[in-house]
Design a protein around this ligand. Structure first.
Ligand SMILES: Cc1cc2nc3c(=O)[nH]c(=O)nc-3n(C[C@H](O)[C@H](O)[C@H](O)COP(=O)(O)OP(=O)(O)OC[C@H]3O[C@@H](n4cnc5c(N)ncnc54)[C@H](O)[C@@H]3O)c2cc1C
Length: 337
């Protein structure tokens, strides 16, 4: 079969992942429309190419070589549908998340402002149900639009069908590797509904903040706490906050009464992975080309010159320290390609 335009070969993805891990894709394409996307998927299937989907590369650990075809959907349209005070936002998978949040906040639309400055594209946002400052994507999501890889079928999934959880969704389990997310429908409102109960957010804004005020306050706090991937390679939180049984939490609290913890509706208890790593004395620890960030222990950073294998070995050592000190297992948050 003749290669359809526009597939690039031996394409460098080092600058297409925020960790800055060196990676070359055997083949790469960034389709801007559904027709080209479908043709690429058909071709990958016909040629038996391994398929990897790429968004902004901010939650991915890339190997030095990716065989097959890497597709980075570039469906970058979005529009608003007004319904009184409510507004539906239809967004293509290739739209950058943070500029969208700012554009919506500028228009006085409430719902996504606490999720400002999360890197990446809209297509990946439902995969781990992005969340920050007390808000998760699933709270403003009306639908996820997908294309099934096996038969090319288009489908629209409701939030309930997406089985969202903490940094989790059906796209990590039953539908992992089975769909391309092509777009989202968000439901926002013009009615002010600030969510300021997380951290020191309320202290950062005035008494009647606009959606844009909240988004800007979130950005300011995040810039103080998190390294900018443009300056220092990272993938944000490298480990999920572990969720443990009540008796495990009680045992830990008896020994470390100041341990941050949050009891979930299920009775299980969410711990702060960053605190556990910090209490192992690892904040600021560096080895080889990687380190634990000096201000935020949950973030592993890449100083340049390392690769995915070295990063995973480094992360394993961090996780082992936490395991041996607290008896708690840490799980990686970024996805391995
Ligand atoms: C500095 C920093 C801060 C961060 N802060 C947060 C935070 O506060 N909260 C939070 O939840 N996350 C955070 N993240 C993680 C990350 O930004 C999000 O997970 C984001 O949604 C990833 O988007 P992406 O486009 O970069 O996805 P990628 O990293 O490119 O891909 C992630 C996964 O999605 C798959 N994928 C991508 N696009 C599609 C598609 N169209 N269809 C199907 N599968 C697809 C990929 O194959 C991969 O498995 C942070 C990351 C960084 C670097």
């Amino acid at each position: 079969m003749k290669l359809i335009e526009p597939i690039l070969t031996n394409h460098d993805l080092t600058h297409a992942n925020t960790l800055g891990l060196p990676c070359r894709a055997e083949r790469f394409a960034a389709p801007a429309g559904m027709t080209v996307l479908r043709r690429l998927l058909q071709q990958a299937c016909a040629q038996d190419w391994r398929l990897t989907l790429l968004g902004g590369g901010s939650n991915l650990i890339l190997p030095t070589r990716l065989e097959g075809l890497v597709i980075q959907p570039a469906l970058s349209h979005w529009w608003l549908e007004r319904q009184g005070d409510n507004v539906r936002v239809h967004v293509g998978a290739g739209v950058e998340w943070h500029p969208l949040v700012l554009a919506l906040a500028h228009r006085g639309l409430w719902g996504t402002e606490n999720l400002a400055l999360i890197p990446g594209r809209c297509g990946a946002a439902p995969i781990q149900n992005i969340g920050a400052y007390g808000v998760e994507l699933c709270e403003v999501l009306e639908a996820v639009h997908v294309l099934f890889l096996d038969d090319g079928r288009l489908a629209t999934l409701t939030p309930a069908e997406c089985a969202f959880g903490y940094r989790d969704s059906i796209f990590k389990s039953e539908l992992a590797g089975r769909v391309v997310i092509t777009g989202l429908t968000l439901r926002l409102t013009r009615q002010a509904r600030p969510r300021l109960d997380y951290g020191d957010l309320s202290a950062r804004v005035g008494p009647r903040p606009s959606a844009l005020d909240v988004a800007e306050a979130v950005c300011a706090i995040r810039r103080e706490k998190l390294p900018d991937p443009v300056q220092l390679g990272n993938a944000g939180s490298f480990f999920k906050n572990p969720i443990v049984a009540r008796d495990v939490a009680d045992r830990l609290l008896a020994r470390w009464p100041d341990m941050p913890h949050f009891t979930l509706d299920t009775g299980r208890v969410k711990l702060a992975a960053g605190w556990l790593i910090d209490r192992c004395g690892l904040k600021g620890w560096c080895d080889g080309h990687f380190g634990v960030h000096e201000r935020q222990a949950l973030v592993l950073v890449h100083f340049g010159g390392g690769d995915a294998d070295e990063l995973l070995a480094f992360a394993e050592r961090v996780a082992q320290c936490v395991q041996s000190r607290f008896g708690v297992a840490l799980e990686l948050e970024p996805r391995r390609a």
